[in-house]
Design a protein around this ligand. Structure first.
Ligand code: GCB
Length: 593
């Protein structure tokens, strides 16, 4: 599915702003016909944003079940006779949408786009009512999983991932128009041959009889550098300007549908960064050069708007990445907004792109080790149906992000159970599927400390080993010497597998402003000493090709005795102020660069 854009043949209109919003605790909205008029007892709600923190009301913050959103949109008069589509960039975790009284689309999964052709339901120049029922409940058949438990106090939503279950309409909602004949998909795969580059392109189109495809490639100055005819083909670029870490150079590929008169009836622009990615033994290669990842696991998490996308914070976060000398991040623990991926392309920031499969591990809850009272993989818990939902999440992620040069590695899950036969059976087909969908990028998953070297049964399927390790925090707490020895011993084991190792998480909770002259967990000094210890270990092991600190910034979690106003492993606070560790990392990463 192509992201809506303005082009010479396409127009879009954002539906962002204030919508009406109502909780539906009694699940009566459908039977009571809420779609047929203004929502009863509604309040205002911002789109895009999570609904949880906006209302200053515990009932809303902790709500699970159906919530209703509604707005009206006037269809531009000039779209008469055009194809009209309603597009959602993400609704967490699932949605059903009506236009006026007609149900038009449902979608499962909180972080990938979906859309409906509503041409037959609207009239150019008139208003249309858009109603969305959003549901945020988690079960063993959702990604991420959860369970609703009966407690003496009523029903409770339990989940095992260590971040707050923010929900709502998190990204832009678009109404857009195209002509009848329109491009529906573009895929680009790039390669290098000495100084030259090649772009293999494939296009798909609908209602396009009587048209032909023409593609035009322009450089960043708008100068035409190659053209081709046909729905697929290969373009060659002499003396190509490569996309590379720190150099987000992008070409523009315009895909045109041209009718019999020579008129362009559809035009879609696809950015292209020409680069290669490969794994060679323990090396991770970008453009044939060994690449060392520096950076963070992040979150989409902000005060008030929760997981709502915000351009100002996006720019600020990228400015901080640059300030600190980070060259990469992981979209822990779900696909991030497309604006973020687009911007990573433009800034030359490297991305590990992750699905929302987090918390598939009944030995951890909310970041804390300890049995959660369920078996992870079983017919009654994570089962074949879960795997199909997971597979669909992978399909939608690859479909959405396949053309981003910044994306160099797929992470199909974070810290699932991976030391059991059930895990091995669950994951093998998902690796196969991901490779079928995208043979050009390495595939991996993020391994948890509970499945250390020698015990993990899933890492055999991965091209790259991504490890989350907390020596000196969750184990050997405050004992950095012991932590250093134990960590090095485990890592040497992994290094013998002859695959690149990226440490995708290491971190220590740190309360900003807490200090000590002795090594005391939670202080700013301890976070620095902890990171230094980790870095000594990484620097001694050649197979380690990346370090991504957990986390870029403090973030919201469920409440619990291990979390002080959220997870405090941020190198920046939630409002993006630096802790001492930010300066320490800046020295290491900028000196290394
Ligand atoms: C992890 C998880 C991450 C948690 C982190 C922690 O291993 O991947 O989601 O937030 O540990 O701080 O415990």
């Amino acid at each position: 599915m192509l992201r809506p854009q303005d082009s010479s043949t396409r127009e879009r209109k954002s539906l962002n702003g204030l919508w009406r919003f109502a909780l539906d605790g009694a699940s009566e909205g459908r039977s009571a016909g809420w779609v047929s008029g203004p929502l009863p007892a509604a309040r205002d709600m911002a789109v895009p944003a999570s609904f949880n923190d906006i209302a200053a009301d515990a009932e809303v913050r902790d709500y699970f079940g159906d919530v209703w959103y509604q707005t009206t949109v006037r269809v531009p008069r000039v779209w008469d006779g055009r194809r009209i589509v309603l597009h959602f960039e993400s609704v967490t975790h699932r949605a059903t949408v009506w236009v006026n009284d007609t149900e038009v689309v449902s979608h499962e999964g909180g972080y990938t786009p979906f859309e409906a052709d509503i041409t037959a339901l609207v009239v150019a120049g008139d208003e249309a009512r858009v109603t969305v029922v959003v549901n945020n409940t988690l079960s063993f058949q959702t990604i991420p999983p959860g369970v609703i438990e009966d407690t003496p106090d009523g029903k409770r939503q339990i989940y095992w991932h260590d971040f707050f279950n923010y929900a709502g309409i998190h990204r832009t909602v678009w109404l857009y128009s195209t002509g009848r004949a329109h491009v529906t998909d573009v895929t680009v795969v790039t390669d290098l041959d000495g100084d030259d580059g090649s772009i293999e392109y494939t296009t798909e189109a609908q209602d396009a009889d009587g048209t032909r495809v023409r593609v035009v490639l322009r450089d960043a100055d708008g100068v035409e550098v190659a053209t081709a005819d046909g729905p697929s083909g290969t373009l060659t670029v002499e003396n190509v300007h490569r996309w590379a870490p720190g150099d987000g150079y992008l070409y523009d590929l315009e895909v045109q549908l041209v009718d019999g008169n020579g008129d362009v009836v559809d035009s879609y622009h696809q950015s292209v960064g020409v680069r290669t990615v490969a794994v060679d033994g323990t090396r991770f290669l970008i453009n044939g050069e060994p690449f060392y990842f520096t950076g963070f696991g992040k979150h989409e998490d902000l005060p008030v708007i929760g997981k709502g996308h915000n351009d100002a914070f996006m720019l600020h976060d990228f400015a901080l990445l640059e300030w600190i000398g980070a060259n990469s991040f992981r979209t822990s623990h779900y696909p991030y907004a497309q604006d973020v991926l687009d911007y990573a392309d433009r800034r030359g920031i490297v991305v590990i792109d992750e699905t929302a499969a987090v918390g598939l591990n009944m030995s951890i809850g909310g970041g804390i080790f300890g049995g959660q009272g369920y078996t992870t993989f079983s017919p009654g818990t994570a089962n074949d149906e879960t795997r199909e939902v997971h597979a669909q999440a992978i399909r939608e992620l690859v479909a959405r992000d396949k053309n981003h040069p910044s994306v160099v590695l797929w992470s199909i899950a974070n810290e699932p159970e991976s030391d059991t036969e059930g895990a091995e059976k669950y994951f093998e087909p998902l690796f196969t599927l991901t490779r079928q969908l995208d043979p050009t990028r390495p595939v991996g998953f993020v391994n948890v400390m509970l499945a250390p070297y020698g015990k993990c049964r899933v890492s055999q399927f991965a091209d790259v080993l991504m490890l989350n390790r907390y020596y000196g925090w969750y184990v050997h707490t405050g004992e950095l010497r012991a932590a250093e020895l134990a960590f090095e011993e485990e890592l040497r084991g992994w290094a013998s597998e002859n695959k690149p190792i990226i440490i995708t998480e290491y971190g220590a909770d740190t309360y900003p402003g807490l200090h000590s002259v002795t090594p005391t967990p939670w202080t700013e000094e301890y976070q620095v000493a902890y990171l230094d210890m980790n870095h000594r270990v990484f620097d001694r092991i050649d197979a380690v090709v990346g370090e991504q600190v957990w986390n870029f910034a403090d973030f919201a979690t469920t409440s619990g005795i291990m979390r002080v106003g959220g997870n405090k492993k941020g190198v920046f606070t939630r409002d993006r102020q630096p802790k001492a560790a930010a300066y320490a990392l800046r020295r290491r990463w900028r000196d290394q660069a």
